[in-house]
Design a protein around this ligand. Structure first.
Ligand SMILES: [Ca+2]
Ligand SMILES: [Ca+2]
Length: 405
């Protein structure tokens, strides 16, 4: 949490931020807004140039069409017929048809806990959706006074009158342990390219140490079978770790995606100055909270990643942060110049971020100002890029990006 000294240190620059409460500890979201704004203030108030690390790309190679508006949307996925399932934080799933703007509520979603960062979260189709209509989704829930992120599965079912539900919904996995608090659930879902495994992210719930605890699933990437049980042969099970664990030492993992060569990429919301893109390999320790290129919000340093420290360093990190919300690997042809790129929705940075991949390396490519917190990025059937605004401090619009010319 920011100290009074921290705020005083920047007070001469803080004309625009003078309404920020200086004594009450700020929420991380407020802190991130403040920090994201700081470089702009510094640029505006002095002749100094920033490092250029996060320099916005001026020219947008895309035009942005507003397609619809939702209430705090969180995630989306396309059906084979071009319609989409969209989740809203408060617990609604909506079947949306971009062709005519029709929104149909999907019933069958369990009660979600939407306090803080909780809510109905990711939604992804089963690799065998064409055959079995299975849909996987994640949500925060309260049980026995404690909270955690759950993974569920249901069967997409639309009646002839248009009524739509997820049928036979079952919770197939729960993070462990459930604890107090409303933050860092994570809850992103990705299937391996061969369709055999489900990768699921569990955040460290703002508790730091669980990310290094071998028994807990918090702060981990998990590899599960499609029925939610731990996959056989997970890399750390023989060393006494929870058998679901694939990698550990993570913070708040809000994006996970396979690239065209089958590598698994993950992005996570780090501490102050420590957002990361990681290449996920089985059994490795990604360092949180023992190593980070950022530092704690109260100013205490955390040792940076360095060779030989036993922790896997990020392929890309951001300082100032971008606050990554969602992640997609671009495999389309509509934007040929985006081949082999990851796209990240930026929350506090209110941006769309492109990361260029090159084998096992990755580098910052573009950061476009979108003027709103971007929660989700998805690739459409024709290779257009679709974004969902977060809907917290902005609208929750669905945007479609197509080539500018
Ligand atoms: Ca998605
Ligand atoms: Ca550090």
């Amino acid at each position: 949490m920011p100290t009074v000294e921290f705020l005083q240190h920047y007070s001469s620059r803080l004309i625009l931020c003078s309404s920020l409460p200086a004594v009450r500890p700020l929420l991380e979201t407020e802190m991130r807004f403040f920090i994201a704004t700081l470089p702009l203030i510094l640029i505006a108030c002095s002749a100094e140039n920033a490092t250029g690390q996060n320099a916005a790309s001026a020219e947008k190679p895309f035009k942005t069409s507003v397609i619809a508006d939702f209430h705090s949307p969180w995630a989306m996925t396309f059906l084979p017929d071009g319609r989409a399932l969209i989740t809203e934080k408060k617990g609604e799933m909506i079947l949306f048809d971009p062709k005519n703007g029709t929104k149909i509520p999907v019933s069958g979603i369990p009660a979600v806990d939407s306090a803080g960062q909780g809510g109905l979260m990711d939604v992804v189709l089963s690799p065998t959706f064409a055959k079995d209509k299975a849909v996987y989704f994640s949500f925060a829930e309260a049980r026995d006074g404690l909270k955690g992120v759950a993974l569920a599965k249901g069967m997409f079912d639309q009646a002839s009158d248009g009524t739509t539900k997820l049928d036979k919904v079952q919770v197939i996995f729960r993070a462990s342990p459930y604890i107090d608090g409303n933050g860092h659930y994570s809850g992103r879902i990705a299937f391996s390219p061969d369709g055999r495994y489900l990768f699921f992210t569990n955040g460290e719930r703002q508790q730091f140490d669980p990310a290094q605890d071998p028994k807990s699933t918090l702060g981990k990437v998990l590899r599960l079978n499609l029925d939610g049980t731990p996959a056989a042969g997970n890399p750390l099970a023989s060393k006494g770790f929870n058998p679901a664990i694939w990698s550990y030492g993570h913070r708040n993992l809000l994006g996970i995606a396979f690239d065209g060569q089958g590598r698994l990429w993950e992005q996570e919301m780090g501490p102050k100055g420590g957002d990361e893109v990681n290449l996920i390999k089985p059994g490795l320790n990604y360092g949180w909270p023992k190593a980070s290129n950022g530092s704690h919000y109260d100013g205490r340093d955390i040792p940076d990643h360095k060779p030989g420290d036993g922790f896997e360093a990020p392929k890309v990190s951001w300082n100032p942060v971008i606050s990554p919300g969602g992640l997609v690997y671009y495999s389309g042809t509509l934007f040929p110049q985006w081949k082999d790129s990851l796209f990240i929705g930026g929350l506090s940075s209110q941006s769309l971020v492109r990361v260029k991949l090159n084998g096992e390396s990755a580098s910052k490519a573009d950061q476009w100002d979108m003027g709103a917190r971007i929660r989700e990025v998805e690739q459409g059937p024709d290779g257009a890029l679709w974004l969902l605004e977060d809907g917290g401090k902005s609208q929750g619009r669905l945007l479609k990006l197509t080539p500018a010319s």
